[in-house]
Design a binder for this molecule. Structure first.
Ligand SMILES: C[S@@+](CC[C@H](N)C(=O)[O-])C[C@H]1O[C@@H](n2cnc3c(N)ncnc32)[C@H](O)[C@@H]1O
Length: 191
C-alpha cells in the first residue's frame, strides 16, 4: 500500500506538476461547477485553486497531512479550504452536502480493489443530481503493481453506472506531457 505521507515527505511526487490540469480549466470556462465542490486527493491543491477562481466554495481533501500543509501555504484565491482525512471515512456531516466533486488522480491512486467503495463514497457525498467531473487515467503506460492504476472504459461503466448517469465526455484532452491520449474527461450526474 502506498504511504502517501512518506511520498510527500521525501519529495517523491511525480504527479506534482505545479499547476492545475489544463483540461478542466477549459471545460469549466464553458460548464462552471457552482455551489460547494469537493476535490478528493487534492495534493497541494492546484485544482482546488483553479476551481476557487469561479467563486465556488471548494474543499480540498487529502489523506496526507504534508499535502494539506503544502496546499495551505499557497495564497488564498477565493473560498477554498483544505481538510486532512480519508475519502473512505469522511466527516459524517458531509453526507449529501456537495453540489460537485472534481476528480483528478485520486481514483487512479487508490487500490483497484477499492474502486467500488470509491464510486459509492463520492455518490454519498453529493447532493441529489450533484455532478462528478472526473479526469480518469485510462492507461498510465505501465502494468506495474503501484499507482497510477489504469482503468478500462468498460470498468468505469460498471463501477459508476449504479450511482451516476453520463452527461458528457471528452477524449484527447489537453494534458501534461506524457499523458497525451491516456485520459478521458467525464461529467456524470448522481442518479
Ligand atoms: C497521485 S496523488 C495526486 C494529487 C493531486 N490530485 C495532483 O494531481 O497533484 C494522489 C493523492 O491522493 C491522496 N489520497 C490517496 N488515498 C486517499 C484517500 N483514501 N483519501 C483522501 N486522499 C487520498 C494522496 O495523499 C495523494 O495526495
Amino acid at each position: 500500500m502506498t504511504d502517501w505521507e512518506q511520498r510527500y515527505r521525501t519529495g517523491d511526487t511525480p504527479w506534482e506538476k505545479g499547476t492545475a490540469h489544463p483540461a478542466p480549466v477549459a471545460w469549466l470556462a464553458q460548464n462552471p461547477l457552482t455551489g460547494r465542490i469537493l476535490v478528493p486527493g487534492c495534493g497541494s491543491g492546484h485544482d482546488v485553486r483553479a476551481l476557487a477562481v469561479t467563486g465556488a466554495e471548494v474543499v480540498g481533501f487529502d489523506l496526507a497531512p504534508s499535502a494539506v500543509e503544502a496546499a495551505r501555504r499557497f495564497p488564498p484565491i477565493g473560498r477554498e479550504t483544505y481538510v486532512c482525512g480519508d475519502l473512505f471515512a469522511p466527516p459524517e456531516n458531509w453526507t449529501g452536502t456537495f453540489d460537485g466533486i472534481f476528480e483528478h488522480t485520486c481514483f487512479c491512486a487508490i487500490s483497484p480493489d477499492r474502486r467500488t467503495d470509491y464510486a459509492a463514497a463520492v455518490a454519498k457525498l453529493l447532493k441529489s443530481a450533484g455532478r462528478l467531473l472526473a479526469i480518469f487515467y485510462l492507461d498510465p503506460g505501465h502494468d506495474g503493481d503501484g499507482p497510477p492504476y489504469g482503468c478500462s472504459l468498460d470498468e468505469l461503466e460498471t463501477l459508476f453506472s449504479p450511482h451516476f448517469r453520463l452527461i458528457e465526455e471528452q477524449e484527447n484532452l489537453p494534458t501534461f506531457p506524457g499523458r497525451e491520449g491516456r485520459e478521458i474527461l467525464r461529467e456524470l450526474a448522481k442518479r
